[in-house]
Structure formats: structure tokens, C-alpha cells
Design a binder for this molecule. Structure first.
Ligand SMILES: [Zn+2]
Length: 496
């Protein structure tokens, strides 16, 4: 009997009759009236150290109490164990807020080929993701899914819908731009997803969005607007990284070869790998400071560019064997018609430049946080060899590689993401009064972020233990069961 089971045994003796009767395990997909997660090591999500054992009590879709279990007090029978209808014994496990994926796209097709929505939703939940900021998809469909998810009618993460601003016809002037923002607001979206923007409409769009209470996520281009404009206009978050190093080019323009064509993805990604090296280090610090002062957060999505620095790693991920849907597999193959599938002529030279690119990028992300900036975490999966859910865990590993402690990394994907969503009063922390979005992890993600990957059948597997329970809005989902359903779905799709 180890110390934890002894504490548990002592604790159980103290339970009064209704609590003992409540030794029921959760039912997958059914929200109990009151659920207790017992003896958990808790990572709150706000960057404070892990602490436990604790009992976390959920009622409906809220966390109502987080109770520290002092071993001595437990032994003396002086700890009140709050009874519950349903219990999870988290002895030896870590409990943290549900992961928030700050950059997702709801996808039911890839390259025009249908892909079951269930595949993506189950992967997200099975990997511990309880919220997704959808940054452009088929907005009307995703808004319906948001409603059904909020009502608990479908097993899906909480959705925040940031609709694409520049759908056809693209607004040509300030009047049309402001009207577009109002039209999107009327559709009921939570925010806007911007791609490359011209200067004359950028400030009006940000201004109109702010007036209407819409947040803004911007995938910048190498363009006439960059991080300086974002800082001035009060953009919510820069997605990826374009717009940051370009704002620190002393000459104001990158050194492209004369035959460079921005519309050619192979070329675009090749020279993107040579952009950070051209940023002036001193000017870059000024850019980062301006972003902090302008309240602009940064969601770097480090995972989605990794194939550029190591194509073989990206192509041969062990998860593909069982989890890669044939639709995605086809989409990832080099094809100029599929966004992000630009590797037809990728070279060791490209990889060497990209490896250097990452080092400068890592430093900038780290400096940004040190200057007081808010770093978020998102995966952008469904593109460039990233599979839903797995991409986000890889993103966390890359945050660690960038130089952040795992405690900070887990803060990026929980409390920081909640802040960027404007939900910091109720999401992203394990705290009484907050929404009941949590994950029970088999293992210690502070020691090893790979604990968030599911266990692998092959002997070469790392220590991944995976998520045991994903609780979203108070609804417990058996994560290994979700993942086994995904594997079955993939298997069936392959034999079709
Ligand atoms: Zn994206």
C-alpha cells in the first residue's frame, strides 16, 4: 500500500452513507449531478506549482470546490470529504484544466473529399481538448455545431467561432469593411479571422470589431501591414509569426530573388525560412514591446511549420499508423492545389535555413513573454502533417524547446488561451466557480509533456499515458474509448 492508497483508504472510512453509495464510476457522455475527482495532483493552469492531493467537486457544469487533503488531517478524520453521485479516483494522476486549442479549423472535408466530422471531434476530446477557437471554417455550419455543443447534444469541445472577414466580395474601402464586420456580428460570430490586410481598411476593421465586442485573430502576410499596425490598432492576437520579423526589417522589405512569386507556396515557404535572419535584433525588441503595449497576444503555432525544418519527422509520425484518416493522408501529399502541401522540391538547404529560423523565432517568443506579452497555444491541424489533437501536444513540446518551463507551457494552453478568448473569469483554471472543463492525465505532464500522448502499442513507445478522462462542461468522456473509436473509424475508412 503506497501513501496515496493509504490516504484514500483513510478517506473512504470517513465518507458518510450517501457518499459511500456514490462509488459509481462516471458514465461516458452523461453529466452527473455531482462529480468528485478524488486524490488528484492539481495543476491549476495559472502557472502556480502543482499541489495535491485534492478533491475537486463538480456540480452540473461548474467546479464548486477544490479541497486540499492534508494527510495528517485525513488520518485523524478531520477532513470533510464532500459526497458526490459519481467519483473518479485520481490517485497517482494529474488533473489540469481542459486544453484549449487556440487555432483550429472545423473540417468535414479535405481537398473536396468528405471526412467525417466525428473523426476530428473525437480526436480533440480524446486528446484532452475541451475548447477550440475555430479560426475560419464554413461559418454557418460551425455556428450550428457551437450551439449543439453548448447544449450537450454532440460530443464536441466548446467552440469559439472566428469567421473569415475577407470572403467574396472582399471589402474594397472603409465603408464596406465596417459593413462586413457588422454583417458578421449579425451572424452571431465570436470574433474575426483576418488574413493579409491593406493599411486603409485595417484600422477601421479593428475599430469596428472592438465597438461590437468581437475579438480578432490575424494571420498576417508579408504585406503592407505588420505587427506595428496590429499594435496600433489593438489586434487581439497574431497567429503564426508573419508580421513580426517583417516589422523589424530595417530596409522595410525582405531580400527576395527577382523571380520570387508570393502566390507560389513552395517559394513562399522556402523564403519564409529566411525571414527571421533578416530581422534586426534591436528593432525586433522594439516590435515585441509595441505588441505588449498594444495588448496584442501571440499564438505562434510552432507545430505547423515543423515539417519545414524536418520533413522526414513530420511524414513518419508514429500516430499515423492508427490515427491518420485516409482523407488527411491524401491531403498531406505534395500538391500545389492543397494549402500547405508544398514539399515537392524540399531540400536539406531549406531545412537548414528553417532550423536557424526556428532558433530566432523561439528567442522572440521567449522575449515576448519576458516583456509581459501573452503567449497562447494552438495547433492548426488538418494541414502540413498535423493530426487533430496530436498537433497541440506537439505544440506544447515546441514551447518547451523554445525555453519555457512545462508549468508555463501548460499555462499557455489553459489560462493564457482563456485570457486571449476573453474568458479568463470562467475558463482555463481549476478553481471554484469556473466551468467544469478538466482532464485527468495518466502521468505527470510537468515532468513529461509526452504524458499527454496516448499509450502506444509498440515497444519503442515513450512514457505516454494519455488522458484518462476529458470533462467538458461537466460531461465526462472516457478518452481512451474516444480514441479507440477513432482508430476503428480510420480502419474502416481505409478498407473501404
Ligand atoms: Zn489556420
Amino acid at each position: 500500500m503506497n501513501v496515496f492508497t493509504r490516504i484514500l483508504a483513510a478517506g473512504l472510512l470517513l465518507l458518510d452513507a450517501p457518499a459511500v453509495a456514490a462509488q459509481t464510476a462516471p458514465t461516458h457522455g452523461v453529466r452527473p449531478r455531482r462529480l468528485a475527482i478524488r486524490n488528484a495532483m492539481v495543476i491549476e493552469g495559472n502557472g502556480t506549482p502543482a499541489e495535491g492531493p485534492k478533491d475537486i467537486i463538480l456540480e452540473g457544469n461548474r467546479i464548486i470546490d477544490v479541497v486540499s487533503l492534508d494527510p495528517v488531517a485525513v488520518k485523524m478524520g478531520e477532513v470533510k470529504r464532500i459526497p458526490a453521485d459519481v467519483e473518479i479516483d485520481a490517485t497517482g494522476k494529474y488533473v489540469m484544466p481542459g486544453l484549449i486549442n487556440l487555432h483550429g479549423h472545423v473540417q468535414d472535408e479535405r481537398g473536396g473529399i468528405p471526412q467525417p466530422l466525428e473523426y476530428q471531434l473525437k480526436l480533440w476530446l480524446g486528446m484532452g481538448i475541451t475548447s477550440v477557437r475555430d479560426v475560419s471554417s464554413e461559418t454557418p455550419k460551425t455556428l450550428q455545431l457551437r450551439t449543439r455543443s453548448a447544449a450537450g447534444e454532440v460530443a464536441a469541445p466548446r467552440l469559439y467561432v472566428y469567421a473569415r472577414y475577407a470572403y467574396m466580395p472582399v471589402p474594397k474601402n472603409e465603408v464596406e469593411a465596417r459593413q462586413r464586420v457588422r454583417d458578421l456580428k449579425a451572424q452571431g460570430v465570436d470574433g474575426l479571422k483576418l488574413f493579409g490586410m491593406d493599411k486603409d481598411v485595417y484600422a477601421p476593421v479593428l475599430d469596428e470589431a472592438k465597438k461590437l465586442g468581437l475579438r480578432t485573430a490575424h494571420h498576417m502576410a508579408v504585406d503592407e501591414t505588420n505587427a506595428w499596425d496590429a499594435a496600433k490598432g489593438g489586434l487581439t492576437s497574431i497567429e503564426h509569426w508573419y508580421g513580426v520579423p517583417d516589422a523589424a526589417l530595417l530596409s522595410g522589405a525582405q531580400q527576395f530573388p527577382s523571380n520570387f512569386n508570393y502566390a507560389d507556396e513552395g517559394m513562399r515557404f522556402r523564403y519564409a525560412g529566411r525571414l527571421w535572419r533578416e530581422a534586426d535584433p534591436a528593432r525586433l525588441q522594439e516590435v515585441l514591446k509595441a505588441m505588449v503595449q498594444g495588448g496584442v497576444a501571440w499564438n505562434p503555432t510552432l507545430d505547423i511549420y515543423e515539417a519545414s525544418r524536418d520533413l522526414q519527422r513530420a511524414e513518419t509520425q508514429p500516430w499515423f499508423t492508427e490515427y491518420l484518416h485516409p482523407t488527411l493522408e491524401k491531403y498531406f501529399r505534395p500538391d500545389a492545389a492543397n494549402h500547405g502541401s508544398y514539399f515537392a522540391n524540399w531540400s536539406s538547404t531549406d531545412e537548414a535555413f528553417w532550423k536557424e529560423n526556428y532558433q530566432i523565432w523561439f528567442r522572440a517568443v521567449r522575449d515576448f513573454e519576458r516583456l509581459g506579452g501573452v503567449i497562447g497555444a494552438g495547433e492548426d491541424a488538418g494541414f502540413i502533417y498535423q493530426v487533430y489533437g496530436f498537433g497541440l501536444v506537439r505544440e506544447l513540446e515546441l514551447h518547451q524547446e523554445a525555453g519555457f518551463s512545462t508549468l508555463k507551457v501548460l499555462q499557455h494552453v489553459t489560462a493564457n488561451n482563456a485570457k486571449i478568448l476573453g474568458e479568463e473569469q470562467r475558463l482555463g483554471r481549476i478553481r471554484a466557480g469556473f466551468l467544469a472543463d478538466l482532464v485527468v492525465v495518466n502521468g505527470n505532464p510537468l515532468e513529461d509533456l509526452k504524458a499527454l500522448y496516448p499509450q502506444r502499442a509498440d515497444a519503442a513507445a515513450g512514457p505516454g499515458g494519455g488522458v484518462q478522462w476529458t470533462i467538458k462542461d461537466g460531461i465526462p468522456y472516457d478518452a481512451p474509448r474516444m480514441l479507440s473509436e477513432v482508430r476503428a473509424l480510420v480502419k474502416a475508412a481505409r478498407t473501404r
